[in-house]
Ligand binder design. Structure first.
Ligand SMILES: NC(=O)c1ccc[n+]([C@@H]2O[C@H](COP(=O)([O-])OP(=O)(O)OC[C@H]3O[C@@H](n4cnc5c(N)ncnc54)[C@H](OP(=O)(O)O)[C@@H]3O)[C@@H](O)[C@H]2O)c1
Length: 306
């Protein structure tokens, strides 16, 4: 067992530092060690996942103890037409990272999605349940998971869902805007999942890294989502209700939002009706209690309402 002291604080290399999760990781990882945070246009070291050779050079030059990959091709609908690029960023670049992490003996931390499942049924999926990607984005992420498992053993893969953050564009901001502009608001009520904050993901990641550096047998694949579940309709109602309690007035109030089925809102990429991920394993292994999804959403609305 290795214990982190001030002298042995790890060098942590973060890819995708400007995304929702990457931005929060910049904050949470700082407590652990020295963080080198890269995005696609970083100058000193390459953080562009479209250049797999350069990614390997970055890792093999810096020789970090931990590599955290928050970069991804996340344009779910676009991936249906642009699979080569999604595959390059979500699978081939991740394989290159895994090979280099193995070479320099680094822990690789990576994020995946419930879209690796087919989205049927109403049970929360376990980490060990059979996968069948629901769309091409999901397929590229599934390939990323499998390539990590092929090329290195010291990894943490966190499958998550319905990620939001106060930085950037998100579902809550869209609902707040539409409720101010429109006379009616229709939101899908038959897709069920758990809205999960990028801040929660980043905090859990930091906690899990510390424990895995001390106890390497904790390495593996985990579901990392908030507790409970809801539909996008329920989510939108809580967003508006929270903002109303804070004094906002909307053309469409929370009680006037209308639920619609997925079939009424066709998209290029198929979406899962069941996005539930069972997260008992991460709680047990890392001694955590995942908070209910409402807590994070109320906090988000309070933050962005200021
Ligand atoms: N968002 C969700 O609802 C969701 C759900 C389940 C799982 N996940 C997974 O969670 C992880 C974090 O997602 P997120 O929500 O933080 O995504 P995000 O906000 O879209 O961030 C992704 C980041 O990756 C960067 N990126 C894209 N292509 C790149 C490239 N070629 N080189 C370097 N960086 C590149 C993007 O930069 P640009 O902005 O410059 O393109 C962006 O900063 C991802 O693995 C994602 O698949 C997300």
């Amino acid at each position: 067992m290795s214990v982190m002291t001030k002298q042995t604080r790890p060098l942590i290399l973060l890819f995708g530092a400007d995304g929702q999760v990457g931005w929060e990781l910049r904050r949470s990882l700082l407590l652990l060690g020295t963080v080198v945070a890269l995005n696609r246009s970083s100058q000193n070291y390459s953080g562009n996942l479209e250049d797999t050779q350069a990614i390997q050079t970055t890792i093999q030059t810096l020789k970090p103890q931990v590599v955290v990959n928050a970069a991804a091709y996340t344009a779910v609908d676009k991936a249906e037409q642009d699979y080569d690029k999604a595959h390059l960023i979500n699978a081939l670049a991740v394989a290159a990272m895994a090979q280099s992490c193995h070479a320099v003996n680094a822990l690789l931390v990576h994020y995946s999605t419930d879209y690796v499942f087919d989205g049927t049924g109403d049970q929360a999926r376990l980490e060990t349940d059979p996968t069948q990607a629901i769309n091409l984005y999901g397929l590229s992420k599934l390939e990323g998971e499998q390539l990590i498992q092929r090329y290195c053993s010291n990894y943490l893969i966190f499958r998550t869902s319905w990620v939001y953050a106060s930085k950037g564009q998100n579902f809550a901001k869209t609902m707040l805007r539409l409720a101010q502009e429109k006379l009616e608001l229709k939101v899908i009520n038959d897709q069920i999942g758990a809205p999960t904050g990028a801040d929660l993901i980043a905090d859990v990641t930091a906690h899990a890294i510390v424990q895995t550096l001390q106890t390497p047998s904790l390495a593996g694949l985990y579901h990392l989502v908030a507790s409970g579940s809801c539909s996008w309709f329920d989510y939108s109602v809580l967003v508006l209700q929270t903002a109303e309690k804070l004094g906002k007035n909307f053309k469409v109030s929370h009680s006037q939002v209308q639920g619609i089925p997925t079939s009424a809102y066709p998209t290029p990429a198929k979406r899962p009706l069941n996005s539930r991920l069972q997260h008992q394993l991460i709680e047990t292994q890392f001694n955590l209690l995942m908070p209910n999804w409402q807590i994070g959403v109320e906090r988000l609305v309070t933050e962005i309402n200021c």
